[in-house]
Design a protein around this ligand. Structure first.
Ligand code: GRF
Length: 207
């Protein structure tokens, strides 16, 4: 059974998609060991509580230095013997030490088709604003492993979503979540939990 830690910062709809997929059997061989939020007001914490999942807030604001915060985050994951860290709308920049400790064991959902609209500064609504500004007709979402770059790790799954002429950043964000993120994030976890994802030469092979 793969032990997951889900790291969140906000609403937690991706967390909810994972909880639902475990409940309805779309994800097998995995359980959520812990939800961690850097934001004590994140609704994701409430979602965890409602499902009886242990959750805690680890916020940089509560520590004297960034190092202490990062240490606490890593220690918590190690103590709970987490196998896979899932960044589900997590706005914390993942410390290099954590990437080393969890090599190819951290995944992230990004709301575009990487390598478009990704990298430093591309998060939240900004991604969709830029997609609309550029006038792309297709966007989507990507699940990838986390390495030391920003959105540069091996791609696991992607799903395309059509841009509609009347889209606003908010309507596009919602459609990308509904049609892509909530599907491919649980799917990627299920593939990993069942030993079907391998990383070779910086790319994934899915069996
Ligand atoms: C999603 O669009 C995700 O791709 C992005 O932040 C949003 C998180 O939404 N990184 P939620 O907290 O899962 O509802």
């Amino acid at each position: 059974m793969l032990k997951l830690a889900v790291l969140v910062s906000g609403g937690g709809t991706n967390l909810q998609a994972i909880i639902d997929a475990i409940e309805n059997g779309a994800i097998t061989n995995a359980k959520i060991e812990l939800v961690i939020s850097n934001n004590k007001n994140a609704f994701a914490l409430e979602r965890a509580a409602r499902s009886g999942i242990p959750a805690r807030c680890i916020s940089p604001r509560d520590y004297n230095s960034r190092e202490q915060f990062e240490e606490e985050l890593l220690e918590t994951l190690l103590e709970r013997q987490v196998d896979l860290v899932v960044l589900a709308g997590c706005l914390v920049v993942i410390p290099e030490k954590m990437v080393d400790a969890f090599k190819n064991r951290i995944i992230n959902i990004h709301p575009s088709l990487i390598p478009s609209f990704c990298g430093t500064g591309y998060y939240g609504l900004k991604v969709h604003e830029e997609a609309l500004r550029r006038g792309v007709k297709i966007t989507g979402a990507t699940v990838h492993f986390v390495d030391k770059g920003t959105d540069t790790g091996p791609i696991i799954l992607q799903k395309a979503v059509e841009v509609q002429p009347e889209d606003t950043p908010a309507s596009l964000q919602l459609r990308v979540m509904q049609e892509a993120e909530w599907k491919i994030l649980p799917r990627a976890i299920d593939l990993i939990a069942n030993g079907r994802v391998e990383v070779r030469d910086g790319r994934t092979v899915i069996r």
